[in-house]
Structures are given as C-alpha cells and as structure tokens.
Design a protein around this ligand. Structure first.
Ligand SMILES: CC(C)(COP(=O)(O)OP(=O)(O)OC[C@H]1O[C@@H](n2cnc3c(N)ncnc32)[C@H](O)[C@@H]1OP(=O)(O)O)[C@@H](O)C(=O)NCCC(=O)NCCS
Length: 177
C-alpha cells in the first residue's frame, strides 16, 4: 500500500490557536444550541490536541472580522488513506449564520486540499436529528452526496449519515464546484 501523506502542523497554513481560542471556539459552538456538553468536551479535546501535540493531524480555518471569531472549521487527513480528508467540526456563530460563511469555510478547505494534492475525497459525518437540518442542506448544496447511513447510531431514529465528495483540480473552478 502506498504511504499516506501526513501533514505536521508546522507545514500547514491553518490557523494557529492559543489557549484563549479554546474558550472562544467552545463558547461559539455551545451558543449555537446544537451541541451538548459532551460534544463540547470533545471539541475541547480536539483543540487541545491541535494546540499541544506537534504531530496533530488536525487543521483549522476560521472566519474572523477584526477581533470577532465568526466561525471555524476543523479538518484533517484521514489516517491510512491516500487522499482522503475528514471535516470534523463546522461551526458558524449564531449571529453570523445564513450569510454564506459555512459554504465559504468548506470552500477554503477544498482549495487548501487541492493545493496539496490534485484530487481528494472529503468525508463528513453528521446526525439525522432535526438540529442538523441546516448542516445537511449545506453539505448537499456544496456538492456532497449522502453515501451511507447507520440506523439508530446516535439514538433511536437518530441515524449517522455519511457524506462524501470527490474533488480534483481539473474540475474545480476556484471554490464553486
Ligand atoms: C450548519 C452551519 C455551519 C451552516 O453555516 P451558515 O454560515 O449558516 O451556512 P450558509 O450561510 O453558508 O448557508 C448554507 C445554506 O444553508 C441555508 N441556511 C443557512 N442557515 C439557515 C437557516 N437557519 N434556515 C434555513 N436554511 C439555512 C442557506 O440558505 C444556504 O442554502 P442555499 O444555498 O440553498 O440558500 C451553521 O448553521 C452552524 O454552525 N450550525 C450549528 C452547528 C452545526 O450544525 N454544525 C454542523 C455539524 S455537522
């Protein structure tokens, strides 16, 4: 099997975060009203790994207006794959939602990935819960396809939904596939 490309944090152009950002990002995510406290704890673990582990496979982009963080996306290479990436977290602060920032953050990831490799597969997993209706709509609008479900994964009648999208530099026209 060909070796997967791993990108140490210092080779990436993603956002550098500090201790204070962990609180800011967690607060933004909590205030959306979508995530529970266990999910916020998981977010903090990921951010701590990103901050303290030099070999972390996570990358972060944020949208910021002057000093105000409006949204962020956490993504990274999927281990043991040749050109696959996972988008783990996508959050736009409640007061800045529905202004195109979610779409913009996904486009930034796609552009970034295609600067590193000519083609890639992106994967996003989410829940069938109504709280994630806007997210599911966004993924489909961004060209992701639902490619699988695990029934009752999170709870009764709350499936895990898997979305994926193949991108390549030959089709990609600056973020508007
Ligand atoms: C999901 C989320 C990231 C979308 O970000 P966003 O910046 O609001 O989305 P955009 O403005 O780029 O809009 C993308 C699409 O969703 C639609 N949309 C956005 N907010 C909406 C709302 N409240 N109700 C209905 N549609 C909405 C937009 O109209 C657009 O669709 P269109 O192109 O058909 O018009 C944001 O709502 C969010 O952070 N939600 C809470 C956290 C979450 O669910 N994250 C995803 C976890 S899997």
């Amino acid at each position: 099997m060909e070796k997967a490309i791993l990108l140490p944090k210092d080779k990436e152009v993603g956002k550098r975060i500090c201790e204070e950002d962990i609180g800011i990002y967690s607060r933004i995510a909590l205030d959306t009203g979508v995530f529970n406290l266990w999910e916020i704890d998981t977010l903090k673990e990921i951010l701590n790994d990103y901050l303290h582990n030099p070999l972390t496979s996570y990358s972060i982009f944020e949208e910021k207006n002057i000093d105000v963080v409006e949204g962020f996306i956490i993504f990274g290479r999927t281990p043991l794959t040749k050109f696959t990436w996972d988008i783990y977290w996508l959050v736009v602060a409640k007061e800045f939602q529905n202004k195109g920032l979610g779409k913009k953050l996904i486009n930034r990831v796609e552009n970034f990935v295609l600067e590193i490799m000519p083609k890639a597969v992106l994967r996003i997993e989410t829940s069938a819960d109504d709280k994630y209706r806007v997210a599911r709509h966004l993924y489909l609008k961004c060209g992701f396809k639902e490619i699988g479900r695990i029934p009752d994964f999170y709870a009764d009648a709350n499936d895990l939904i898997i979305y994926s999208k193949e991108i390549d530099i030959w089709q990609y026209k600056g973020g508007n596939v």
